[in-house]
Design a binder for this molecule. Structure first.
Ligand code: NAP
Length: 316
């Protein structure tokens, strides 16, 4: 991830194609524009409404309904669709890719993306999978903002043998968008994210679902007094249903493994409460408080920002 950075004035890429222009794709478009990183931006979206919004907001120079048309002549292609849609989009774009192009993505799961996209890429095209760990619970092209990636990590998971110059160019793109870039093995990424992101989302979906299933009178009270911890769970549980369906289906092994451990830890807590083991509870809460302090010291706790989403969104 090291190497001389190209001059700040020169665009890094001539043409970049964004396949999928939702929260992440539109934020990347805005960040690229703000920092002068690309000569030309092309966008692909599936639905006419989304294409109309992209045009209205002027997010990309051209808007396409065909992935192969969008990627024609592109030096960099970034897949920004839900993880489960990557295979079909990669297959559709493949005939349009130019020799020497770099293909990357932003998917929240990495092994599945490598499995699904890799087979469609012609020889001479470089594949550099990536995951900006930045996001909010909002979706669509109107949700994007240019500083979404600032001070956030972006993890690249290039398979062994990937062209180093291509990896460095993608790393530099993210660095210039304000992100801190790290490289990791895809399997390791998926395990870490199962813990830090996928499990918390699953717990949030469960808690909010449980609250909704309460008797109507209790449900009303829960919503009324949601100012406590419950409110944070509802924010996370408001995340995009399709994106999260795809994450759980495509990171199944790692999520199930972490859920197993979580279940055991939860049972231990249950027992401590049942038997009045205050010391055990306090010990755990003391340790978790120290973990929270560590997160704050690393600057990943979220700060009050002018943008409401940035304030709330910790990234997925
Ligand atoms: P989003 O706002 O919902 O946007 C998704 C985009 O993909 C839209 O342009 C949508 O087009 C398109 N799309 C959806 N289904 C498709 C399909 N079957 N075929 C072709 N295009 C399809 O999603 P996002 O939050 O930007 O997430 C995009 C990717 O980033 C996901 O892989 C996610 O895992 C990853 N990610 C998300 C976050 C986050 O916090 N949101 C953070 C990091 C990484 P239409 O509108 O035309 O349907």
């Amino acid at each position: 991830m090291s190497g001389a950075a190209p001059s700040a004035a020169a665009p890094l890429f001539g043409k970049v194609a964004l396949l999928g222009v939702g929260l992440i794709g539109s934020s990347l478009a805005l960040a690229c524009r703000r920092h002068g990183l690309v000569g030309e931006l092309a966008g692909y979206a599936r639905r006419p409404e989304t294409r109309a919004t992209i045009e209205r907001l002027g997010l990309t120079d051209s808007v396409h309904d065909d992935p192969a048309e969008a990627v024609a002549g592109a030096d960099l292609v970034v897949l920004c669709v839900p993880v489960g849609a990557n295979a079909a989009v990669a297959e559709a774009m493949a005939p349009g890719l130019k020799a020497g192009a770099i293909v990357s993505d932003v998917g929240s799961v990495k092994q599945a993306v490598i499995r699904d996209v890799g087979p469609f890429l012609p020889d001479g095209v470089h594949f550099v999978p990536g995951h900006p760990i930045a996001g909010t619970e909002h979706s669509g092209p109107e949700a994007g903002f240019a500083d979404l990636f600032e001070e956030r990590y972006c993890v690249l998971t290039p398979p062994p043998g990937t062209d180093e110059a291509a990896v460095e160019k993608v790393a530099e793109l993210w660095r210039r968008c304000g992100a801190r870039v790290e490289a990791m093995e895809a399997a390791h990424h998926d395990k870490v994210l199962a813990m830090t992101s996928h499990l918390p989302h699953l717990i949030s979906y469960t808690i909010v679902g449980t609250a909704f299933d309460l008797a109507e009178s209790e449900r009303g009270e829960v919503i009324k007094y949601a100012a406590g911890g419950f409110r944070d769970f509802t924010r996370i549980a408001g995340s995009d249903p399709v994106m999260w369906r795809d994450i759980f289906l495509n990171n199944r092994e790692a999520v199930l493994e972490i859920l197993q451990r979580f279940g055991e830890d939860l049972s231990r807590l249950q027992r401590a409460i049942r038997w009045g083991e205050g010391e055990a509870l306090e010990d755990l809460f003391q340790r978790t408080r120290e973990i929270r302090r560590g997160v704050i010291q690393l600057g990943q706790a979220g700060t009050f920002d002018a943008r409401e989403q940035k304030k709330d969104g910790q990234g997925d």
